[in-house]
Design a binder for this molecule. Structure first.
Ligand SMILES: NC(=O)c1ccc[n+]([C@@H]2O[C@H](COP(=O)([O-])OP(=O)(O)OC[C@H]3O[C@@H](n4cnc5c(N)ncnc54)[C@H](OP(=O)(O)O)[C@@H]3O)[C@@H](O)[C@H]2O)c1
Length: 299
């Protein structure tokens, strides 16, 4: 990885796992400035070599964009964060969007619309990753794969970002989690690996926040539940979701950006906002688990 980085003036947003449906909508909203933010430079990071959401009118757009590919190994993340040093003190928003639930598209090449366990041809070189319905479905390799992408990768980012985001500018790190990762809210069971990977992610966010409080005290960590959102991740499970409960990625991105703005505003001395729930999030400590409405979820 040999990339050069030049610090522009203005605030910087990092969007990690940038090929995700929700990440792409966040990038598009930031580029179009649908929600007012002070972001002037976007850095998208993904396994993909190129940005899937690109800046239109590059020469006239006040926002600049840079894409970096990363294989999410610890070495690659460490090197990349080292190279991002010119942006130290300027990063005000981070969105860590990595997360997998199944590998149905990799397996079949197209959504089948069904979560059937046996949609995979045995000749394909992939292990089935599908949400488990019962204990017998648990497969150690699939479980490890989900922990790798859903828990360990975001944790490595939290590990290496701490020095980059520290500073007076203040930063909100949004990590895409899921309500099913709430231990206290678990009524339905099933989905062992995804649930556990998100519960472990939440614990890591909460734990990291305690250390961030000492080392990067102007940083707020958010474990964010987007609600069921129309992306490849939810595609096989959308059949029974009522239309009004299946969100577009654009809606979720706009909710998250507005919640971030409200949290930032709640922390400013000039705040006249009287949104009690946002105040609760602001005073909740350095980590909060919230949903797309900006409502706290119990860990
Ligand atoms: N959609 C929903 O209904 C829903 C509901 C609750 C929570 N969420 C959470 O929201 C987040 C975004 O989901 P989405 O619906 O936008 O998903 P998506 O479109 O399916 O995107 C998948 C994401 O996972 C990353 N990824 C894929 N393989 C990976 C690997 N081997 N290692 C690390 N990362 C890998 C991708 O990063 P690259 O860009 O690097 O490929 C991308 O960020 C996820 O954390 C998900 O769990 C979604």
């Amino acid at each position: 990885m040999s990339q050069s980085f030049t610090a522009n003036s203005g605030s910087v947003a990092l969007i990690i796992g940038a090929s995700s449906g929700i990440a792409k909508a966040i990038i598009a909203a930031l580029i179009k400035q649908d929600t007012a933010t002070d972001i002037k430079h976007l850095i998208s990071i993904s396994q993909s070599a190129t940005a899937e959401t690109k800046l239109a009118n590059e020469s006239t757009n006040p926002i600049t964009q840079q894409h970096i590919s990363c294989d999410y190994s610890a070495d690659a993340i460490a090197t990349l964060c080292q190279q991002l040093q010119p942006f130290k003190g300027k990063i005000t928003r981070v969105f860590i969007c990595n997360g997998r639930l199944h590998n149905q598209y990799q397996m079949t090449g197209a959504a089948t619309g069904s979560a059937s366990e046996n949609t995979v041809s045995k000749t394909l070189p992939f292990k089935t990753i599908a949400p488990e319905k019962r204990l017998e479905d648990v497969n150690p390799e699939a479980m490890q794969a989900l922990f790798e992408s859903n828990t360990i990768t975001p944790m490595l980012w939290l590990q290496y970002l701490v020095k980059l985001v520290a500073g007076k500018q203040g930063c909100i790190i949004n990590v895409l989690s899921a309500r099913v990762g709430s231990i206290s809210d678990n009524r339905l069971g099933g989905w062992y690996s995804y649930r556990a990977s998100k519960a472990a992610l939440n614990m890591l966010i909460k734990t990291a926040a305690i250390e961030y409080a000492r080392r990067a005290k102007n940083v707020k960590l958010i474990a964010f539940h987007p609600g069921t959102t129309d992306t490849p991740l939810s595609k096989p499970f959308q059949a029974n979701v009522p239309a009004e409960k299946l969100f577009t990625a654009e809606f979720v991105a706009s909710q998250l950006l507005n919640i971030n703005n409200a949290i930032k505003e709640a922390g400013s001395e000039s705040s006249e906002d009287d949104n009690a729930e946002i105040d609760r999030i602001y005073y909740d400590g350095q980590a909060s688990f919230i949903d797309w409405q900006g409502k706290l979820i119990s860990w």
